[in-house]
Design a binder for this molecule. Structure first.
Ligand SMILES: [Mn+2]
Length: 427
């Protein structure tokens, strides 16, 4: 769905005056602190987040699924949905494909369509956690770690074919997340399983084109409930090191045990130049896949604070990170949910950009704990939403994307076009 610039412009006209007042107020606040508003706006504008091809439909849980209607029924429609997000927010300029859920039948055509919305292809994701129809061997007892060499070969071949699909679309990286593990004590020889996983990953790594990166994702539990082969960032780091310079760790916010200090993990990995990418979501208990920033916005800010510091002090030459939302939508319209997530990510980034690191370091040096906390919270509590609105306005997006989405009846239009029962492939 192409939304005309005039339509967005007209909509913005009604909100411009009130926006302008708020933007001037926050500009004054930031200038008082000696901050360069234009450079912050530029950084915010350049910050693009990939939308996963599996997050555009209703996710559901293992208990049920409640469709919104108008879901994208194929890859083309998914790209069009991301096009809507990008036109309204100017911050969703990439898509991350999940294979085999979204195999591009005609890569040139799909590329052209994505191009027309200014969308590029970010990391491609392999799937060896489900059996596909007609598959010779089963992933029931693992994939890259499997004891059966035939199963391992199948999983390795699948990853190679994902790389081939990615090459055709202009992707430059592969994300591997494994469900491999065990559900009962004694089921798996930990060392052998990890060793087999390492060897499998090395074979996949060797197959990648020389300008590709591999992101190794970790997760402590689920769907296996006793052990996971790549359970934490340390294991992911060991495997990345064993593969080579272009293999990195991928941090998914929901893939940690409760109360894990994720910002500290970010700091350590950036120090070593081994942080490849990020999967954003939010959670209360486990891998809940909730809207980014809906539960723990302060944690998100603290993570971005480490990211901004780490990239500004990048002695280990950590490459630019791959940013992706990895969430599921059970009770919200997926597109509205994604707009909220995009906003939360940019907001946390903007807040991190206004932390006065010089003052913070001085306060740390003299152990002024009170001042340290004040500096952090002063940044977090500054309302920078007008800055995000200004970035959107300047780039042709909507000042208030969700209001626009609702007023323009976009979901109703999608239902009229695709029907009430279309189902998006994915989670
Ligand atoms: Mn993930």
């Amino acid at each position: 769905m192409q939304i005309s610039k005039e339509q967005i412009g007209q909509f913005n006209e009604n909100q411009k005056e009130s926006h302008q007042r708020q933007f001037e107020y926050v500009t004054g606040q930031l200038q008082d602190k000696g901050l360069d508003v234009e450079s912050i706006l530029e950084k915010i504008s350049n910050f693009q987040v990939a939308i996963p091809s599996w997050a555009l439909g209703t996710g559901g849980t293992r208990f049920g699924r409640f469709s919104m209607g108008g879901e994208p029924g194929n890859l083309e429609e998914k790209i069009k949905d991301i096009g809507i997000l990008h036109q309204l927010t100017r911050s969703a300029g990439a898509v991350s494909l999940h294979i085999p859920w979204d195999i591009p039948e005609n890569p040139d055509e799909i590329k052209k369509l994505a191009d027309s919305y200014g969308i590029i292809f970010d990391a491609v994701n392999s799937n060896t956690f489900q059996d596909q129809p007609g598959q010779d061997s089963s992933y029931k007892f693992g994939s890259l770690c499997a004891t059966d060499p035939q199963v391992r070969a199948l999983a390795i071949d699948h990853n190679k074919s994902v790389i081939n699909h990615g090459v055709a679309l202009g992707s430059k990286s592969l994300t591997v997340w494994l469900a491999d593990g065990s559900s009962f004590p004694g089921q798996l020889n930990f060392r052998k399983a990890l060793q087999r996983t390492q060897e499998s990953l090395q074979e996949i790594y060797a197959y990648m084109p020389s300008d590709w990166k591999m992101y190794i994702e970790y997760k402590p539990y689920e769907p296996n409930f006793y052990s996971t082969v790549i359970q934490d960032w340390g294991t992911s780091h060991l495997l990345a090191q064993a593969c080579g310079d272009r293999a990195y760790c991928l941090v998914d916010l929901g893939h940690h045990l409760p109360n894990t200090n994720i910002e500290q993990i970010v700091s350590t990995l950036l120090w070593k130049g081994k942080l490849g990418g990020f999967h954003f979501n939010d959670s209360k208990y486990g891998d809940d896949d909730l809207t980014v920033g809906s539960i723990k916005p302060y944690q998100l800010f603290l993570i971005f604070n480490e990211l901004v510091y780490g990239m500004a002090n990048n002695e280990a030459d950590n490459p630019p990170l791959a940013w992706m939302i990895d969430a599921s939508h059970n009770v919200k319209d997926p597109l509205e949910d994604l707009i909220q997530s995009l906003e939360a990510i940019r907001l946390a980034y903007a807040q991190a950009l206004i932390v006065n690191h010089e003052r913070l370091e001085q306060a740390r040096d003299i152990n002024d704990v009170v001042l340290c906390q004040d500096i952090m919270q002063a940044a977090f509590r500054t309302d920078l939403r007008p800055l995000l609105q200004e970035a959107r306005l300047r780039n042709g997006g909507a000042i208030e994307p969700i209001s626009f989405y609702r007023q323009a009846n976009i979901r109703e239009q999608l239902i009229a076009k695709r029907g009430n029962n279309s189902i998006a492939t994915g989670l």
